[in-house]
Each structure stands twice: as C-alpha cells, then as structure tokens.
Design a protein around this ligand. Structure first.
Ligand code: FES
Length: 266
C-alpha cells in the first residue's frame, strides 16, 4: 500500500525514525558514561540528546500518523497493530521525557531514575520498532509493490445519492488488469477492469482486512496482498483461502465510453 506521507513514492516515516532511535540510544549512553567518568560535559550532552530524541520522535510521528489515518486499511489487523505501534512509541518518548525530572536542574547531572527511564524508553521503542517492522514487511504499509502493467496507484473520491449511478471515469482509463480505489459515500470500493469488462468490489479482504486495491488482478481474479486469498472480481466469491467469506460487489455500467458505479445505500 503506497504511503500517503511520501515524496516521489518514498515514505517519510521510515526515513525520520532513524533520528529518535539514534538519539534514544545515545542519551542513556552519554548519561551513564558522564556519571561513571564524572564528566559534566558528557552528561550535559546526554540531556540534550534526550530532548532531541523526544522532539525528533514527535516529528517522525507526524507522517506516521498521516499514514495511520489514510494508508493503513480500516478495520484490519494492520490497523490494530498500527494503533499499538503508535501507543508504544508515544510511551517510549514519555519515559525518556520523564527522565528529565530526575536531573539536577542546575548541572543537568542525571539521577539513577533518569538513566533507568531512558533505558526503559529505549527498550519500549525497540518493541515499537518491531511492530513497525511487521507493518512494513508483513502488511506492506508504505510498500509500493505494484506488479508490471498495474499502472499508477490511483484514488478518487466520488459521491452521489444511494442507488444512483455516479461517473467514475472513462472506459479506457484503466487497462485490463488494473484497479482504482474509490472513496464512495464513505466506502472504499475498488473499480477493476477485467478481461470481461469492469467490476467493483469492497477494498476489504474478508480474512483480516487487507486492501484489495493493493493486490493483484489477473484473469478476473483479485488476490489479497497479505495472505493470498483470491476472489472472483465479478461475483465476489472466494476462489482460494484463507478467506472463507465472499467480498461484496457492486453494479457497474459502461455506456457511451464512460463507467458508472451504482452507489450502495449509505
Ligand atoms: S487479509 Fe489475509 S488473505 Fe487477505
């Protein structure tokens, strides 16, 4: 699923998290070395590194939160994992920030509580990183894994009265095997062009909520990118598991070189 907070397809969140991780490692290290060696400049450096860890973590969280809202499929296992990822990392930053309370206000000398909280924050941040890695490497959040001839990732918002047809593009906009994600009256619907004409179906895989718009469409079958469930693009029937429930499909009409989606009830 292509990241929303990206530059030329490069997701910003993974780029920025290098900073809080680096500062998060360096802060307790400098504090410990400073105290053990009785070097005030080293522990003062640790204090500034702790501030840098918290600030850069919050900055890195901004594109992460944008992807959380707009890229991670709703009602999916990845959404739950992403919620944990966010909560765990915010906890890590809070622990590091709390360590400041145990510093001497004049010399910035860290107390035992400072070093313990910074180390705990680093440990919690590692768990957050593990969850983030699962989001990328298993759920493919931010990974643009489009196959040859799949075309560019396309999204469009359409609206209309329930039961009415709404124009969703020219008949030749998509090639056979290509898909477009529609946000229609609050629903995520995939418009797909098969060898047998246009089809439309829910963007949500019935197994664990994978985005089918990010999957593969071939020979009238759409395959989920997460665990490989396959569905008939026209009927929604399951062709291969692990999914057992069909996906919902929608009526599509092709007239006068235009494609119309019949919007479902809200
Ligand atoms: S979410 Fe598991 S196969 Fe789609």
């Amino acid at each position: 699923m292509r990241s929303t907070a990206q530059i030329k397809g490069h997701p910003l969140h993974p780029i920025l998290i290098a900073f809080p991780v680096a500062f998060g490692v360096a802060a307790p290290t400098a504090d410990l070395v400073g105290v053990l060696g009785a070097w005030p400049t080293v522990w003062a450096t640790g204090a500034y590194l702790a501030v840098a860890a918290v600030v850069s973590g919050l900055v890195a969280g901004v594109p992460g939160f944008i992807d959380y809202l707009y890229t991670v499929p709703p009602n999916s296992s990845a959404k739950k994992r992403a919620t944990w990822h966010m909560g765990v990392n915010l906890t890590a930053l809070a622990l590091i920030a709390l360590g400041w309370a145990f510093r001497d206000p004049d010399t910035l000398r860290p107390g035992v509580g400072t070093i313990l909280l910074e180390a705990a924050g680093l440990g919690v941040m590692t768990v957050g990183g593990w969850l983030g890695g699962t989001l990328v490497y298993r759920n493919q959040i931010g990974v643009d894994h489009r196959y040859a001839d799949a075309g560019k990732w396309t999204e469009e918002t359409v609206a209309g009265a329930p039961g009415a047809g709404v124009d969703v593009g020219a008949a030749d906009e998509l090639k056979v095997g290509q898909m477009k994600l529609l946000h229609a009256n609050g629903r995520r619907i995939v418009l797909a062009r098969t060898e047998d004409g246009y089809a439309a179906y829910d963007d949500r895989c019935t197994h664990k909520g994978g985005s089918l718009a990010g999957g593969v469409l071939a020979c009238g079958t759409v395959a989920c990118p997460w665990h490989g469930s396959q569905f008939d693009a026209k009927t929604g029937a399951v062709k291969a598991g692990p999914a057992t429930e069909p996906i919902r499909t929608y009526r599509v009409e092709e007239t006068g070189g235009r494609v119309r989606l019949i919007l479902p009830p809200a």
